[in-house]
Design a protein around this ligand. Structure first.
Ligand code: GDP
Length: 166
């Protein structure tokens, strides 16, 4: 079955987004960043797998843990490349594009998997922060590959679902 993958920095709002999209409480929302350690699969509508990979970039994570994360990602993408139809790269609208986000976007470009950028927590972002983040993201993808979302306001759900099933 096809797979769509959700990646992003720890605490970007990935669990909240997955819960919003699935309408279920399947991904654990945590105040403590960096909790998910394995890749989680959720079968959606019996037709597509949502793949929740551990968040990256938690500063307190030791080096060896970061290396483990890297090889886990590389193995997963290598093994499943044919099945992966879309990667949703979550970017915090408030924090903007960080170094590790850039590396992720460049790596996805390099390995040649299609991706869409989802801006999270747009409810919390000031207009200035939002336009800065949008500008940064547009350095990597066209406007049509950007989705604005807020799990708090239920924003972006339809858009993401339609991209998952198209
Ligand atoms: P994850 O670590 O990427 O899975 O992020 P979580 O879903 O656990 O969320 C991290 C923190 O951000 C939690 O405190 C959430 O309540 C908060 N959060 C997540 N999504 C939103 C959102 O759309 N708006 C706001 N204001 N806060 C959010």
């Amino acid at each position: 079955k096809p797979e769509v993958v959700f990646v992003g920095r720890s605490n970007v709002g990935k669990s909240s987004l997955i819960n919003m999209v699935t309408g279920r409480n399947i991904a654990r929302v945590s105040k403590e960043p960096g909790r998910t350690r394995t890749i989680n699969y959720f079968l959606l509508e019996d037709s597509v797998y949502l793949v929740d990979v551990p968040g990256y970039g938690f500063a307190r994570v030791p080096k060896e843990e970061q290396e483990r994360w890297k090889s886990m990602m590389e193995n997963y993408f290598r093994e499943r490349k044919e099945n992966i139809k879309m990667v949703f790269v979550l970017i915090d609208a408030v924090a903007g594009v960080q170094k590790l986000d850039e590396q992720m976007l460049e790596w996805l470009q390099f390995i040649g998997v299609p991706f869409t950028v989802v801006l999270t927590k747009t409810d919390k972002a000031k207009q200035k922060e939002l336009s800065r983040t949008l500008k940064q993201v547009k350095g990597y993808v066209g406007e049509t590959a950007i989705v604005m979302s807020s799990a708090k306001e239920g924003k972006g759900k339809k858009e993401i679902l339609s991209r998952i099933f198209s």
